[in-house]
Every structure is written in structure tokens, then in C-alpha cells.
Design a protein around this ligand. Sequence first.
Ligand code: DC
Length: 223
Amino acid sequence: MGYNVAIDGPAGAGKSTISKVVAKKLKLIYVDTGAMYRAMALFMIREGVDKNDAEAVSVKCKEADITIGYENGEQVVYLNGDNVNAYLRTEEVGNMASVTSPNPAVREKLVELQKRLAAKRDVVMDGRDIGTVVLPNAQTKIYLTASSTVRAERRFNELAARGEECDIEKIKADIEERDYRDMHREISPLKQAEDAVEVDTSDMTVEQVVDRIIEICNSSRPL
Ligand code: DC
């Protein structure tokens, strides 16, 4: 097994921003598992599958060949051979992913792919169940969190910078609802692995979080 860093935490805690920088600094491969669940959701949308029909989702997911590669240092997700990165970050795909990602057949398929990646390479992998289910033997496990108020503020600032109108109370309510769904689903719920180190980023800058995580990696990476 390579050197594996598992980073889990709720939506908006900064996992992907932080994981990308940490991976670059430590010369590891960054694997964004959320993007794989989003690619599967995109496939379901394109195929016209009813997201509430669990049986249809289970059957259809067998036809989706999802792989990842790297172009100019960025992770690229291929869906049946096509680069679909440009289609993954929409609200429609995010909403579909939050319903289709708990499906056991979808998880079985993507978890298998994630395990294979980490067996071959030194990776920083982020998601919801990486330290608990995908890489239970990861040498370094981080649980990245922040208060829902801070996460809502960050999202608000991001949208405002793009000129999008938004209501901070509504954003906060959505975040709390998503947390509840992620933490209470039956299969692979979001929870802190017993051996994970919690990093609460509420009062930290990106640089401070990156430094803290590198410190944790340096103290747990095998020589
Ligand atoms: O982190 P994200 O928003 O890109 O994740 C997209 C969806 O996939 C979200 O509903 C959570 C889910 N997900 C998951 O169930 N397990 C993971 N390891 C990563 C993401």
C-alpha cells in the first residue's frame, strides 16, 4: 500500500481546497471522490433515470464506466471515455448526487475504484467515508470541520464574489440539512474515524490549516 492520507468532513469545511494544496506540497496525488459521485449523477441525468427509483439507479450504474486521470496536474473524471469535468459542479448534478450517492450499488462500484487507486499510488483522498470505509488503514486520517455559520459565510462570500444573489440564512439552513442527511444515512454515513485527528477550521486561514495538516502528515507518515 502507498502512503494514504484520508480527509473527511462535512460539505463546505474546505476539504478540496486544502487537500489540493497539501497534495501538491507533499507530492502526492489528489483524489476528489465527490467528483466521482457527481459523474455518476450526471450519467443518471443524461440517461433520464428517476433518482427516487433505487432499483433503476442500481441497474443503470453498471453501464457507467468512471475513471480518473490527470491533465496539467488537475484531476479529470472520464465518464464512458469522455472528460466530464465541466459538467460536474452544477446545482442539478449536486442535487442528483446527494440522492444517488447513498445507493449501495453506486457505492460498491466507486469505493472499489477508490481502493484500487490508493493501493497503487501515494494519495490524499477526500470525501465522507474515506477514513472509515474506503481506506481504513490510511496512515494519516483527518476530520476537517467548521461551524455551520462559518461554512455558510464562506459559501456566501464565494457566491457574492461571482455576483450571484443569495441569502445567508437560506445557505446555512441548506448546509445543516445536508449535514443531517450525510450523517444519518444508513450506508457509509459521515462520521469521524476513531483514529482521525479533528481539525476545526472555523477560526483558521487556509495557510494555517495546510500547515497543521502537513504537521500531522509528517508525524504519521511511515519512514
Ligand atoms: O463533496 P461533493 O459535494 O463534491 O460530493 C458530492 C456528493 O457525493 C455529496 O452528496 C456527498 C457524496 N459523497 C459521498 O457520499 N461519499 C464521498 N466519499 C464523497 C462524496
